[in-house]
Write a protein that binds this ligand. Structure first.
Ligand code: NAD
Ligand code: TYD
Length: 337
């Protein structure tokens, strides 16, 4: 089977490409990635020369390029992960989120339709459901109520994907996962940012009162879910993924400080994110039931493993935290305290 994975050089994509090649010996994987600030060829450097892997640098919104890849590689299935993925950047510069997440997804769907690709997996997020109060869980029936430009653009792309399933009878499956953590996560997201800042004795910026809740899942559990959803998901169906690991941000920041052996005095409460969703929590029972999937990693142990990975790969994130990153950091955090 020939599988096109978009965004394979990002955090989840690189974990997925590696897992797919290891666990699906019959697959050939083509990774289409534009290598934006978040994409990093280093994430898959170990696959250079792999006989079942090809990397193409390019934009998912380039219809000619996408059609050419799908045709020449005789693509059977698309796993679509390429996206602008960071809420804070979507508040600073929303336009690119619409271009990549909405228009890019439509371009891919159109190529898949015209060239009769058998399966299309739209990889999405629980953030499309908006924010929860202190109780309750997101199910697949929860109405969409996205609150950031990022989540609104993902909701738009989910609806397009489902419309292609409904209108054209395409085999499209949508997955919505909670917050991921693990190796190769770009150090602008909460967990890797706190680890890197802690290791460098820099302040750890906590938004608002630190009481916002996210539901955490290890990236490998998510990636196993994506393989299951592609292979066993029903057409036109949505599957939530999560690992029942709700934590308050401040708990995580304190845990990270303990794991890196640094004092809590590094914590700096800063001005809140505009429109900050209070709580996310996922009911993943449909995926457990219908896809025979279950998370394997426990949060505290897997967080310790993640901290260890960032300790051992200091060069990886130090090389990222230069150039563009410093400009973003200043814009996002400069004068925020
Ligand atoms: P990421 O930012 O680490 O990686 C995104 C990748 O997409 C990068 O390699 C980037 O170069 C590539 N890309 C961006 N624009 C592109 C374009 N126009 N054409 C081709 N490639 C492009 O993101 P991630 O955290 O790995 O997320 C991957 C997917 O999973 C996204 O669709 C995201 O919405 C979804 N998701 C993420 C999480 C999470 O916690 N990180 C949770 C649920 C769902
Ligand atoms: P993030 O990793 O950006 O994921 P998302 O907003 O998509 O869930 O943020 C996770 C939580 O951590 C969110 O409530 C915002 C908070 N946060 C901080 O308090 N400080 C930070 O510097 C960052 C990046 C996030």
């Amino acid at each position: 089977m020939n599988v096109l994975i978009t965004g394979g050089s990002g955090f989840i994509g690189s974990n997925l490409v590696r897992l797919a090649l290891a666990e699906r010996p019959g697959w050939r994987v083509v990774n289409l990635d534009r290598l934006t600030y978040a994409g990093n060829a280093e994430n898959l450097a170990d696959l250079e020369g792999h006989p079942r892997y090809r990397f193409v640098r390019g934009d998912i919104a380039n219809g000619e390029l996408v059609a050419e890849i799908v045709r020449s590689e005789r693509i059977d299935a698309v796993m679509h992960l390429a996206a602008e993925s960071h809420v804070d950047r979507s508040i600073l510069s929303p336009a690119i989120f619409i271009e990549t997440n909405v228009r890019g997804t439509q371009v891919l769907l159109e190529a898949a339709r015209e060239l009769r690709v058998s399966r299309f997996l739209q990889v999405s997020t629980d953030e499309v459901y908006g924010s929860l109060g202190p109780t309750g869980l997101f199910t697949e029936e929860t109405p969409l109520a996205p609150s950031s430009p990022y989540s609104a653009s993902k909701a738009g792309s989910d609806l397009l994907a489902l419309a292609y399933a409904h209108t054209f009878g395409m085999h499209v499956v949508v997955t919505r996962c909670s917050n991921n953590y693990g190796p190769y996560q770009f150090p602008e997201k909460l967990i890797p940012l706190m680890i890197a800042n802690g290791l460098e004795d820099k302040p750890l910026p906590v938004y608002g009162d630190g009481q916002n809740v996210r539901d955490w899942i290890h990236v490998e559990d998510h990636c196993r879910g994506l393989l299951a959803a592609l292979e066993q998901g029903k057409p036109g169906q949505v599957y939530n993924f999560g690992a029942s690991s709700e934590r308050r941000n401040i708990e995580i920041v304190k845990l990270v400080l303990k794991l890196v052996g640094k004092p809590e005095s590094l914590i700096q409460y800063v001005k809140d994110r505009p429109g900050h969703d209070r709580r996310y929590a996922i009911d993943a029972s449909r995926a457990c039931r219908e896809l025979s999937w279950a998370p394997r990693h426990r949060f505290e142990e897997a967080l310790a493993g993640t901290v260890q990975w960032y300790r051992e790969h200091r060069g990886w994130w130090e090389r990222i935290r230069t150039g563009e990153y410093l400009g973003y950091y200043e814009k996002q955090y400069g004068g925020r305290s």
